[in-house]
Each structure stands twice: as C-alpha cells, then as structure tokens.
Design a protein around this ligand. Structure first.
Ligand SMILES: [Zn+2]
Ligand SMILES: [Zn+2]
Length: 222
C-alpha cells in the first residue's frame, strides 16, 4: 500500500490517500475539504477510488465526505454510530467554521471494534477509540505497522476532550488499551501534524508517556 498525506482545510487536517499497488484501487481517509487537491493527487496516483473511510464526525475530517462520495460514486465506511450527532451537525458546524461545503451524510457502513475494512487487496483493522468523540475509529494496517489515528493521538499531544461527548479518561483508556498493544514500532498518521510512533510517544508525550501515566496512578484505568 502506498500512502500520500494531503493536508486539507484551514485546519491542515491530514487527509490520507491510500493506494493498493496490486489492484490500482484507492481509498481516502478523512476528506475534510479541498476536494480538487485530493482528486488531483488521486489522478497523479493513477489509482481508481473505491472507498472513503472516516475516523470521526468533526468538520475538518468529514465536511467533504458527502460531496466526494457523490462525485466519485463510492461508498463511505465509518465512523462508529456514536458519532452520528456530529455528522448530523456538519452543515451547522460548517457554517460556523467557514466550511461552506460541509454536508451531513449517512455512511454506507457504520463500524465497530474488531471490524475489518477493505479496498483493493488491502485490509485494515478497525479499533473503536472513543474519548475525543464517542464514535471515533482508528484504522490499522498490520503488515505496514501503520495506524491512522485521526484526533485520538498526536506527536507530542492528545485529542481535545472538551467538546460535547468528549471524555479525558475514556481517551486515555483508548490510547493505552487499544493503541499501545499494537506495538511500540507502530507508526501513526494523526489528524494534524507530523507522523510519529507509539514507542516515541510512550517515551516523550507529556500526556500519555509511561512515566506521566505512572505518576497519575497508572494507565488511567478508572
Ligand atoms: Zn476532531
Ligand atoms: Zn481534527
């Protein structure tokens, strides 16, 4: 699988264009906006778009999903059903943030913990990681040891939990119980900012390093 990261929208949200080298099929994760730019990269890749995957219902990640799905006639998978209220509010939040293209949609498939998604010959595992939003999902490619974590975890930070439906303890649990077990050598693309690895974050992240969590009574398990 080939991965192209395309920062989109004024929020510089990391949309990912994935292509399957064996079949020439492609998928896009989190087309929040700048669809012309995404479609240009798709054209350059010579791959055919097969699916759209969504990590969560926030406007910078999901505002362009409806239009891209309609324009390319491809289905939408994810996030988890618990993010429905965010997706329903996309139009309203779009107007608030100046994302005039934002439109609600209904995914062709809601995802749950343990699901697998596929495009071309590429299969990724789905991990339900609530906390930033209740229906946030993470996509994990085992062979490449590469995770697409949206706004759950960043290089040096973690997702905000002050939105309606956010919860700090839940987010810490998602990170330590769903992401860390995948391995220290797993690299991740987050919703904003540079690529990092779980191992590096366990050493250096001021919110979720092993040292920091040990101080706060161990792994946020409450
Ligand atoms: Zn978000
Ligand atoms: Zn975001």
């Amino acid at each position: 699988m080939k991965v192209t990261i395309i920062p989109v929208t004024p929020f510089q949200q990391n949309c990912s264009l994935l292509s399957c080298e064996e079949t020439g099929k492609a998928a896009v994760i989190d087309p929040g906006g700048d669809l012309d730019l995404i479609l240009r990269r798709l054209e350059e890749s010579n791959a055919v778009l097969e699916k759209i995957f969504v990590t969560h219902g926030h406007v910078d990640h999901a505002a362009g999903v409806a239009e891209l799905s309609r324009r390319m006639a491809v289905p939408v998978e994810g996030p988890h059903h618990d993010d429905q209220y965010w997706i329903d509010a996309l139009g309203e939040h779009g107007r608030e943030y100046g994302f005039e293209w934002a439109e609600p949609f209904t995914p062709d498939r809601w995802l749950v913990q343990g699901d697998k998604v596929q495009f071309g010959n590429v299969i990724m595992d789905v991990h339900h990681c609530p906390g930033h939003t209740p229906g946030h999902v993470v996509y994990y490619h085992q062979a490449m040891k590469l995770a697409f974590v949206g706004d759950v975890l960043f290089c040096g930070s973690i997702g905000r939990t002050d939105f309606p439906g956010g919860d700090y303890e839940t987010l810490i649990r998602s990170i330590t119980q769903k992401l860390w077990p995948l391995g220290n050598d797993v690299q991740f693309v987050s919703g904003h900012g540079p690529v990092s690895s779980f191992g590096l974050e366990r050493q250096t992240n001021p919110y979720v390093s092993d040292r920091e969590l040990a101080k706060s009574g161990g792994w946020g398990l409450h």
